[in-house]
Design a binder for this molecule. Structure first.
Ligand code: NAD
Length: 513
């Protein structure tokens, strides 16, 4: 790691690191058990920290709750100014933070930088939004009355995030929540805790510079147990949770049991439909990046290619050829296309899925397997694999968080491809490759894709800030990062004002005293 400047990056981010992989103390966010962060890139121990105990958690919640009393009274455009400064700090620290994301999570350095860019973009979006937290005004049915609605801050927002976007998902939530006047408590994934520490250090610095209470941004660390403190805590009106469907079902029930609000961003099983009118070159680039980018560990990764039988052979051959050119290795080395999986635990479901697809009758067209030897010592590097399969196989219906692409064939018209595409429980991202306007519009119509994201001539992965991001069905229904996603971070109040000397009742009800 030294040759890639990891030590310097960690120093720039205020993380203690002694170049032998052990931390020297000040990454402590609690008094619970010890959490060690290992890099999937080379297997090295990057740092250790103490996790948040129940007692620590209570302190964090009271710090956040009292910070909210201050923060909610700061005018929204001034809150936007703080977010602007935070975005500028991210610009300054883009390289070291991008490097840490790459080293701790295993995605390519370019993707690490892209993730920090997303954080910067959402800050810019939030700054503008801080002057546009609009409500509507309505005409009252009563004379001399005025009606309008306004949005107030909600309170403490709990953010539970996944390992695969270890910094951007927090920023999507927090930048909007902050301009809305909320304070945030973040539990990053236990697999990428240092990314959490780095972001918290940056946020804390900006808050200090502005003489604002540190509790506006809080970090708790640990596994699902710390997440459970949050989901069951009625002092947290909104839980924004990103992760697996399994986790989402547990969190949603805990939050619903106390009638809280949840914003869920869960798993996907994303498909690209390739019609006879597709541009094959674009299809190959979109499908290969979608399937192997971030080593298949994006919620929007392409998992299924639904190809028309008339061009099936041609598309298959072109994609197999592209797979043969993929270079797998250290993601900090920009010559490589594919980095490691997050840890050795993630290798197991990958191998299991490859076995299962064959057992169900599928045919492997690009062999998978775990890589060994020099450069692959962490045991987390796997070969992107491809299999011909049927849409109804149990394994094809599931999200395996690894670079496995299933080729599915359709015949007849687009309706048949859509039946396959929509025939899964997840509903996150979808795409069609076609130059045929009728097909494209059909795909986007009410009879088309049932996903939260539907793209034409773009792959399934790689969303940009500005559009609302999220998915339907078991993906959870939440929307983040753009459009009117800010509304979930606020409470709405309807106000009716009477400026007459009479007190008429609505609906003309008579009540004479
Ligand atoms: P995961 O569900 O294992 O963990 C996600 C987070 O939830 C972690 O912080 C974890 O500690 C916490 N958690 C787990 N169980 C919990 C519980 N019972 N109560 C409270 N918190 C709990 O997911 P992962 O392996 O980190 O991430 C991969 C998954 O995330 C994939 O399914 C992927 O599709 C999904 N994901 C979705 C989106 C999206 O926007 N839709 C984005 C990124 C990742």
């Amino acid at each position: 790691a030294a040759e890639f400047g990891i030590g310097d990056a960690l120093n720039a981010l205020g993380i203690k690191y002694n170049n032998k992989g052990s931390s020297t103390g000040s990454n402590n966010f609690g008094s619970g058990h010890t959490l060690a962060s290992h890099s999937p890139v080379d297997g090295a121990l990057i740092a250790k920290m103490d996790t948040t105990s129940k007692e620590d958690y209570e302190k964090v919640v009271s710090t956040a709750t009292s910070a909210f009393k201050t923060w909610r009274t700061v005018p929204a455009p001034q809150r936007g100014e703080v977010v602007r400064q935070f975005g500028n700090k991210l610009r300054e620290l883009k390289n070291p933070l991008g490097k840490l994301v790459s080293y701790e999570m295993g995605k390519s350095y370019q993707e690490g930088l892209g993730e920090v860019q997303e954080m910067i973009d959402i800050c810019d979006f939030a700054v503008g939004l801080s002057r546009q937290l609009h409500g509507l005004t309505m005409h009252s049915e009563r004379p001399g009355h005025r009606m309008y609605e306004q949005y107030h801050p909600l309170g403490v927002v709990g953010i539970i995030s996944a390992f695969n976007f270890p910094v951007a998902v927090w920023a999507w939530n927090t930048a909007l929540a902050w301009v809305c006047g909320d304070v945030c408590i973040w539990k990053p994934s236990e697999k990428t805790p240092l990314c959490g520490v780095a972001c918290q250090n940056i946020a804390a610095g900006v808050l200090r510079d502005n003489d604002l209470p540190e509790g506006i941004s809080c970090l708790v660390t640990g596994d699902y147990k710390v997440g459970e403190y949050m989901s069951q805590d009625s002092r947290i009106p909104l839980i924004s949770a990103t992760g697996s469907i399994r986790m989402g079902k547990i969190v949603a029930q805990a939050v619903a049991a106390r009638l809280g609000k949840s914003l869920l961003e869960l798993g996907g099983n994303n498909a690209i439909i390739v019609t006879p009118d597709a541009d094959i070159k674009m299809t190959v680039i979109g499908a290969v990046f979608g399937a192997v980018g971030t080593c298949g560990q994006r919620c929007t990764s392409t998992r299924r290619l639904i190809i028309h039988e008339s061009i099936y052979g041609k598309v298959k051959n072109a994609i197999v050829e592209a797979y043969n050119q993929l270079r797998i290795g250290n993601p900090l080395d920009e010559n490589n296309h594919v980095g490691p999986l997050i840890d050795q635990d993630a290798v197991k479901p990958y191998l299991k899925a490859l076995k299962q697809v064959v057992a169900e009758g599928g045919k492997i067209v690009v062999e998978g397997g775990v890589l060994e030897g020099t450069g692959y010592e962490s045991g987390c590097y796997v070969k992107p694999a491809m299999a011909e399969a049927e849409a109804n196989y149990e394994i094809v219906q599931q999200e395996t968080f690894a670079p496995i692409l299933y080729l599915l064939k359709y015949s007849g018209d687009l309706e048949n491809a859509l039946t396959i595409q929509n025939g899964v429980v997840q509903g996150l991202s979808s795409a069609i490759m076609t130059n045929n306007l009728r097909e494209a519009e059909h795909f986007l119509s009410v009879r088309g894709s049932d996903c939260g994201i539907a793209n034409v001539n773009i792959g399934t992965s790689g969303a940009e800030i500005g559009g609302a991001f999220g998915g339907e069905k078991e993906t959870g229904g939440g929307r983040e990062s753009g459009s009117d996603a800010w509304k979930i971070y606020m409470r709405r109040q309807t106000n009716t004002i009477n400026y007459t000397t009479e007190l008429p009742l609505a609906q003309g009800i008579k009540f004479n005293l």
